[in-house]
Write a protein that binds this ligand. Structure first.
Ligand SMILES: [Zn+2]
Length: 297
């Protein structure tokens, strides 16, 4: 999912990475195969109050506002509306525009405190709630409300952000889906070989990465190392699984990436997916007799 950010208030950077992951997984959970985009504004209460008043005639601030671009027929959501998605394709963004979302950051903070969970979780929840609206869900009728709640929970528990921590388990299927989404952001104009990765840390966080090439070829960075370096720089220290996605052939990690994975997670599981195939191997099998931190002691 492409998020077109507009940020006019102070926001924790880690929230934005989580929102990107939640948005990617929302499309995957809904079964949408096309790349989609959402314009996402993070603002204060005055700004959301003004929009609520001017566009909806409601004279107060609120937590989240969504303005869908697509008019889904009753009982239909984005997963069953491929033709409508195609009609919403925007050449400039190179994706199907689902609509606009506005989230009030003061509401994120206040509601997190009220419900006794982290502001990250509240930010992810409001984003997911808004994206569900943009995908055609609503909560006016009791039946619709139930299916919207179910989809919200599916997305949040899939990325390890469910309200009930028992429900949280990031599956291989989630990681593979997030690796596919990360591939959309690959910068690979020279090789044309786009790769995406999703790395799961033991504390439940997911870090996505893509390969990033350079006109000075040797400076190219692989998707796996992008994900790993993001994770280390955000304070994650232990990792259980990495999923890697390419289009046409098995994207087993290159030698450099095996070495970097071995530095931090010699026991990590490596999943690769391409063209409908999935294969798995432990890193110890991909890098036998590896040279690592222990070799120096
Ligand atoms: Zn590599």
């Amino acid at each position: 999912m492409i998020l077109l950010w507009s940020i006019d208030t102070q926001v924790e950077p880690s929230w934005m990475a989580l929102m990107q992951t939640a948005a990617d997984y929302a499309l995957h959970a809904e079964g949408v195969k096309r790349e989609c985009a959402v314009s996402l504004r993070l603002c204060d209460d005055d700004a959301i109050h003004e929009i609520n008043r001017d566009y909806r005639g409601v004279d107060r601030a609120t937590d989240v506002l969504s303005f869908p671009m697509i008019n889904y027929p009753a009982g239909t959501t984005a997963g069953q509306a491929d033709k409508l998605l195609r009609q919403a394709f925007d050449d400039e963004v190179d994706a199907c525009m689902l609509g606009d979302l506005i989230i009030s950051i003061p509401h994120v903070l206040a509601q997190a405190e009220e419900y006794g969970h982290s502001p990250q979780r509240e930010a992810a929840y409001l984003l997911v709630h808004g994206i569900c609206h943009l995908m055609g869900y609503d909560h006016i009728e009791e039946d619709d409300k139930r299916s919207m709640r179910a989809m919200e929970e599916k997305i949040l528990s899939g990325i390890g952000m469910a309200r009930d921590e028992q429900e949280n388990s990031v599956s291989d299927e989630t990681l593979l889906g997030l690796a596919v989404s990360a591939r959309e952001r690959s910068y690979s104009p020279y090789s044309g070989y786009a790769v995406g990765a999703a790395l799961l840390s033991s504390d439940g966080r997911i870090f996505q990465g893509c390969n990033i090439e350079n006109a000075s070829f040797g400076l190219t960075n692989c998707a796996e190392r992008t994900a790993m370096f993001k994770a280390i720089s955000e304070g994650a220290t232990e990792f259980t699984t990495i999923a890697i996605s390419a289009e046409k052939s098995a994207p087993w990690p290159c030698g450099a990436c095996r070495q970097v994975l071995n530095e931090f997670a010699p026991g990590i599981r490596v999943l690769v997916t391409w063209d409908g195939h999935v294969e798995e191997a432990p890193l110890s099998q991909l890098l036998p007799h590896g040279f690592g931190p222990k070799s120096l002691t």
